[in-house]
Design a protein. Structure first.
Length: 317
């Protein structure tokens, strides 16, 4: 646990600046504001943000950092790793965090612009704090590619809210625990991606797909197309058993894994989708469930383009 608290100490300045920005945007409280309904709601959201941040950092530490030594703050060029799937993951995470954060602020009584900017900047800020932890980890480093993904994800959210007061184009993800062809590949996957479902969900880029899902009715409001129907373009990658290649060496430079015969390639998908937030319901619990579900791509048939070939996938995750 010492490593966890040391990493938290090193990221404290960034956390302090972020929450200081929040207080600046919220402005000075009105007289006796501690007892007003608005201030109580704001305080609850601030505490909820802190709880989510603390819980997510603890979980991330357990899954990602605990087994690796620290170093001085340093940068790391990882643009050519994992077919850029990790960069798309940063973009998705920042977008999704921004979306969730803004909804927390919606019923506090603050202005529309304030809740958009607080929500939008939260996504980039949370992800950038994680980047600080990477920067102090000997295994990784501060990645400008990751930071770029964080900024683009939040910008996609903020731009749509300011322009349309809606998310007409949403970022979604899908995942399945992948079964590998033989025991050697399965052991390699366990080594680099982890064995548990939670670890695989975070680390196995072969099993992740990210989607841009556009609500058709939002762009054609005069049409008779149901409001909940969307069309999604997705991307994934396959054949990756190492960050840059399918060859692994030990500390002495000896090759301990070599599957350079396996092709590493990108996949593209076109598929129908469901915008759960456009399904009408008066039940608050169901509305919340639909909102959360919309971060995920619902499994549907899809057209796949990969290795210059087009094929039909009857169910695509």
């Amino acid at each position: 646990m010492f490593l966890f608290f040391e990493l938290m100490r090193k990221s404290f300045l960034f956390t302090f600046l972020f929450f200081g920005f929040k207080l600046l945007v919220l402005g000075q409280p009105v007289a006796d504001s501690s007892t007003t309904p608005q201030r109580k709601k704001i305080n609850k959201v601030v505490l909820l943000n802190a709880a989510v941040y603390g819980g997510s950092m603890t979980g991330l530490y357990a899954a990602w950092y605990k087994d690796y030594p620290q170093s001085n703050l340093h940068t790391f060029d990882d643009w050519d790793e994992w077919q850029q799937m990790d960069k798309i993951g940063h973009l998705y995470s920042a977008y999704t965090m921004s979306r969730f954060s803004m909804e927390m602020w919606r019923n506090t009584g603050i202005s529309r612009n304030k809740r958009i900017w607080l929500g939008g900047l939260s996504g980039a800020a949370y992800q950038t704090i994680i980047e600080v932890l990477d920067g102090y980890s000997a295994q990784w480093g501060w990645s400008w590619g990751d930071v770029g993904g964080n900024i683009l994800g939040s910008a996609l959210f903020v731009g749509q809210e300011l322009a349309w007061d809606d998310q007409r184009i949403q970022l979604k993800t899908s995942f399945h625990k992948k079964k590998y062809a033989d025991e050697l590949l399965d052991n390699r996957a366990n080594q680099i991606f982890g064995k548990s479902l939670a670890e695989r969900c975070l680390k196995d880029y072969n099993a992740q797909t990210y989607w841009l899902s556009a609500n058709i009715h939002a762009f054609f409001p005069q049409s008779n197309i149901p409001k909940w129907i969307s069309v999604a373009v997705g991307t994934g990658a396959e054949g990756m058993f190492g960050a840059r290649s399918n060859i692994a060496k030990d500390a002495q430079g000896n090759i301990v894994f070599n599957r350079s015969d396996i092709s590493r390639y990108r996949q593209w998908y076109l598929a129908p989708d469901i915008d759960f937030t456009k399904i009408k319901t008066n039940r608050k619990g169901l509305k919340l469930a639909f909102f959360v579900l919309n971060a995920l791509k619902f499994p549907t048939p899809a057209i796949e383009l990969s290795n210059s070939k087009v094929k039909m996938r009857w169910i695509c995750f």
